[in-house]
Each structure stands twice: as structure tokens, then as C-alpha cells.
Design a protein around this ligand. Structure first.
Ligand code: MG
Length: 252
């Protein structure tokens, strides 16, 4: 599938889809606390998505049973919300979700420390977030896609952390996952040339240890193989003639 270039009308719909999703994340962040189940987080997020007249795009995606992916500590992504999984003080909780507004998808992720977390966890979360910003410095028309990948990888490895390789960012639009794939680790090939009107979900998934991951028996939850903490930070962005526009930037 070719990489899609969005028209001005489509960009407006993407902006609104992403703006609504940012509000959902702000709301979930304000409600996240020790003692609640990961299922409750999913309920809070899905309710707000539906109240906005939107559809949670993760729900039933390839059979995923929930609207919000909630991944705790060594879980990297795709954690399934569960009534019996209670968030604890000191946990590192990644939330990943998206919605569909008038046919247009948005996708974002944030990682939060619950109460007081270890200094290593704080550092991992900060580096993962900054890795996104290091990457999008290169998300400009005329640059190559893998300039983004290389910048993310160089930044995280300078802290002794690792970018997960089995999962990547992606184009986004009328489908949740469009071309191109956007690796978070260094690439030998340069990748496609970026053009104005491309909308991309850039999402560093970073381990405090090694990059290797495995899947739990639920066939969804991705965990670090060495049990290290992981963090995830994602925005949907628009490539323009100048500075990239971050479409999902909320309060966090
Ligand atoms: Mg994504």
C-alpha cells in the first residue's frame, strides 16, 4: 500500500480526531491512581471516547478485547485491561489508545508513574518522551523516514536503554495502521522521502534493559524478555513544509 497524503479536508478531520483523543488521555491521566484496576482505566477511557460520538479503534482490532491498552512495568505494549490487575504505588503504567472521528483515526500513548517511582523509572519515562522529540526533529518534508528512526535509537542508547524492535510506528489515516512502518531503531536503508500531508504515529517503545521482547500467553501482552521496565510515548503527527505538527499533544 502506498503512503497516503492527506488533503486539507482530511487534515482537519485528523486534527479533530487527535484533539478529542488528547482530551481522553488528559482525563485518564487525572483518574489514574493506585488501587484501581486496569479494567477501570479502560472503562473511563472508552466512556469518554463514546460520549464524544467516536469509536475506540483498538476495540476488536484483530480481536483485541478492550479500548485502552494498559501495560504495567515490564509490559511494553498491548496489555489487556483486567478487573483483577490492581495498579500499585510505584508502578509504571503505559496507556495506548486511539479513536475514529468521521472515519479518521488517531493514536497516542503516554507512560505515567503511579505515586513515587524509582529514579530509574523516572529517567526511563523522561528519555522515552524525549526520544519522540529527538525523532520528530527529522519529520520534515525532504528528509528520509529513517532519519527519525536513527535519531530515536541514538538518543535512547546514549542512556544505556534499548528501543524495542518487534514493534514499530506507522502511518495513520482512514486506517489505524497505514504504511510506512516507522522503526525506533537504527536502519541501514534511508527509507522513503517524507512529504507534506503525511500523518504518522511515531511511538518509541523503550526498555531499560535489552530490546528483546516476548508475548504472554494471552498472545497480546508484550513484555521485555529480561524483565526490565519499559515505557511508551506516542503522538500522531503531520508532516508539513516546515515544522511537524503534533496532533495529539495534550497536557502530558
Ligand atoms: Mg500506534
Amino acid at each position: 500500500m502506498a503512503v497516503t497524503i492527506k488533503s486539507p479536508r482530511e487534515i482537519e478531520l485528523m486534527r479533530e480526531s487527535c484533539r478529542l483523543l488528547s482530551g481522553v488521555f488528559d482525563h485518564m491521566a487525572e483518574h489514574l491512581h493506585a488501587g484501581m484496576s486496569t479494567y477501570e482505566i479502560d472503562r473511563i477511557g472508552e466512556k469518554m471516547i463514546r460520549e464524544a460520538g467516536c469509536v475506540p479503534n483498538f476495540k476488536n482490532y484483530n480481536g483485541f478485547p478492550a479500548s485502552i491498552c494498559v501495560s504495567v512495568n515490564d509490559e511494553v505494549v498491548h496489555g489487556i485491561p483486567n478487573k483483577h490487575r490492581i495498579v500499585q504505588e510505584g508502578d509504571v503504567v503505559s496507556l495506548d489508545a486511539g479513536l475514529i472521528y468521521k472515519g479518521y483515526h488517531s493514536d497516542m500513548a503516554r507512560t505515567f508513574g503511579v505515586g513515587e517511582v524509582t529514579p530509574e523509572a523516572e529517567k526511563l519515562m523522561a528519555v522515552t518522551k524525549q526520544a519522540f522529540f529527538e525523532g520528530i526533529k527529522y519529520a520534515r518534508a525532504g528528509n528520509h523516514l529513517h532519519d527519525i528512526s536513527n535519531a530515536i535509537d541514538a538518543y535512547v542508547t546514549s542512556f544505556g536503554f534499548s528501543a524495542v524492535r518487534d514493534l514499530v510506528g506507522h502511518g495513520i489515516g482512514t486506517r489505524l495502521h497505514e504504511d510506512p512502518q516507522i522503526p525506533n531503531f537504527a536502519q541501514k536503508r534511508r527509507g522513503i522521502v517524507l512529504k507534506p500531508g503525511m500523518t504518522l504515529a511515531i511511538e518509541p517503545m523503550i526498555s531499560a534493559g535489552g530490546w528483546e521482547v516476548t508475548w504472554l500467553e494471552d498472545d497480546w501482552t508484550v513484555v521485555t524478555l529480561d524483565g526490565s521496565l519499559a515505557a511508551h510515548y506516542e503522538n500522531t503527527i503531520l508532516v508539513t513544509d516546515g515544522e511537524p505538527e503534533i496532533l495529539t499533544l495534550g497536557k502530558y
